[in-house]
Design a protein around this ligand. Structure first.
Ligand SMILES: [Fe+2]
Ligand SMILES: [Fe+2]
Length: 192
């Protein structure tokens, strides 16, 4: 697998980890929960989702999709690709809306928390559905139908924008978040 496809697959695994952590944090807001969610950490996680996947990961895929599109031969494949692109357009404003909603809570504004939670559920369900479709359809199609040279053409983009949370160099802004994700993962019983 090429570097570009590796990055896409790795990003998906990292986003799945972060969504698992966010599910855990959000559940602290639900009625009857004995745990207090950490608002600052939720905002850090949403900030990351807004500034890395929305700004780099999905646009990288879209760039590759533009090359892939003319190579698809079946209508079913084209429909799947159009759905992926539609989901990209749909997710960016959803992340922005969630981030501004939780920032408003942090600044003391009265916000309907149930609405924020419902929006989060819509967002996380869509992200998971989207990543599953990309893993099952987009990544294999890119690997089969694009040439290694075409995939290499996005390598400069990869170097310019490393993952600031799960990449080799952890950005100071996300240090606290990274620590919390690791602690949460250590506390979760492994599924046997
Ligand atoms: Fe995507
Ligand atoms: Fe993706």
């Amino acid at each position: 697998m090429t570097t570009a496809l590796d990055r896409i697959v790795n990003d998906h695994q990292h986003m799945a980890r972060l969504l698992g952590f966010l599910d855990y944090q959000m559940s602290g807001y639900r009625e009857g929960s004995e745990r207090r969610p950490s608002l600052k950490i939720i905002i850090d996680a949403l900030d990351y989702l807004h500034h890395y996947p929305d700004v780099f990961h999905h646009p990288l895929e879209s760039k590759l999709i533009t090359r892939l599109k003319p190579r698809l031969t079946s209508r079913e494949q084209r429909v799947k690709l159009e759905l992926i692109e539609a989901q990209h357009r749909q997710m960016v404003p959803m992340t922005a809306k969630l981030l501004s909603g939780f920032n408003a809570v942090a600044s003391g504004q009265v916000m309907p928390i149930n609405l924020l939670l419902a929006n989060y559920t819509l967002y996380s369900d869509l992200q998971r559905e989207h990543m599953a479709l990309e893993d099952q359809f987009l990544v294999p199609a890119l690997e089969t139908l694009l040439t290694p040279e075409e995939l290499l053409q996005v390598d400069d983009d990869l170097k310019l924008m490393p993952d600031p949370l799960f990449g080799a160099h952890l950005w100071t802004t996300y240090k606290r978040l990274y620590q919390h994700v690791l602690e949460w993962e250590c506390s979760v019983e492994p599924v046997v």
